[in-house]
Ligand binder design. Sequence first.
Ligand code: AMP
Ligand code: GLY
Length: 420
Amino acid sequence: MNILILGGGGREHSLAWAVVQNPKCDRLIVAPGNAGIAQIADCAALDIEDGSAVVDFAQAHSIDFVIIGPEAPLAAGVADRLSEAGFLVFGPSAAAAKLEASKAFTKEICAAANAPTAAYGHFSDAASAKAYVQAQGAPIVIKADGLAAGKGVIIAETLAEAEAAIDDMFAGAFGGAGAEVVIEEFMTGEEASFFVLCDGTDVLPIGTAQDHKRVGEGDTGPNTGGMGAYSPAPVLTDAIAQKALERIIKPTMAEMARRGTPYKGVLYAGLMIEDGEPRLVEYNCRFGDPECQVLMMRLGAQAFDLMHACAEDRLAGVRVNWADDHALTVVLAAKGYPGAYEKGTVIRGLRDFSDDSFQMMFHAGTTESGGQITATGGRVLNATARGATLQQARDRAYAQAESVDWPDGFYRSDIGWRAL
Ligand code: AMP
Ligand code: GLY
């Protein structure tokens, strides 16, 4: 098969790594890709949010199957355009991707599906939003309704902070994403991520993970896209996962199907777990980054068969071949991230370690020029490893991270602390 993956981050490098190991893959193209992906697949420049451009590209390259990595092309309807043109695609329609693209929509679906989640209000003007927070008290969570690159959530410790956040959002701090605001009860507990595939009818769990969102050691400092992750998440026991499946995920999928917008693709449920009970924090309509890297490390080549079965509505007959293993990834980021950082700094030592089925350096923001690998993003590399225990996976991942010669980069030294 000729396969096209859309995206160019660490998530897409790990997807590409799993796909090329599968004998069904004859040719893999990744658009736009990065310097690491270029070592295992062809990379192509393409505007991946432009549905007609993607369809033209897929036709010109005789593509049999398209895997969409990030949320922006999904929200822009690229999966719809590809399906209409007759291509097999892994990734939900724009209507189904609203589960990530609109927080108010998700809350409404949860209410209809009776899925446990935080109590909420939904507002399109500041005065009624402020009246609601006055009535509820602090702490309270203020969210821009739309996609805000992971930045549209403010946990307000005081009423003054909540009101300031409301003013900021309606003043356009998050652009169009903040034209409507969702205000939620602050939930306590431990967070974990649950990944399932859905083909519109059946749901297949493919793994759990936990990430570290804060930039600093001990989970302190500003939020990032994620500084590291590990799988499985010990807090998400089989019993709690089963509850999440039966009470949250399956009812949501049934409600989406009932509305005529069945969900097909990977669904990433962010859960808050307290006293053995899971509640939904949010849905994402894609793999997490860096959570995908640890899931792919554990699933290997079968990840391709699972995504292919999902796209062909064949999940009912599919089993995941689980190994009793653990994976962990450490993100190497440019100094300054998530604030301003320098671009174009040179990374050395990357070719010195062996990549195999137990360890892999996934690239995110890298470019190759003149035989050198340079950093061109905030999150740049993912030192990822698998082991019989989490400790073994962690030791291998950190050995990789330490061997990179990149004075302009940094990483957290405590990824996995909660689980170890
Ligand atoms: P979201 O973009 O909705 O995932 O929110 C980002 C992060 O904010 C989540 O991963 C949680 O850590 C936190 N968060 C969001 N909603 C709540 C809530 N209702 N209660 C507590 N924490 C929350
Ligand atoms: N690592 C969090 C996310 O991908 O949304």
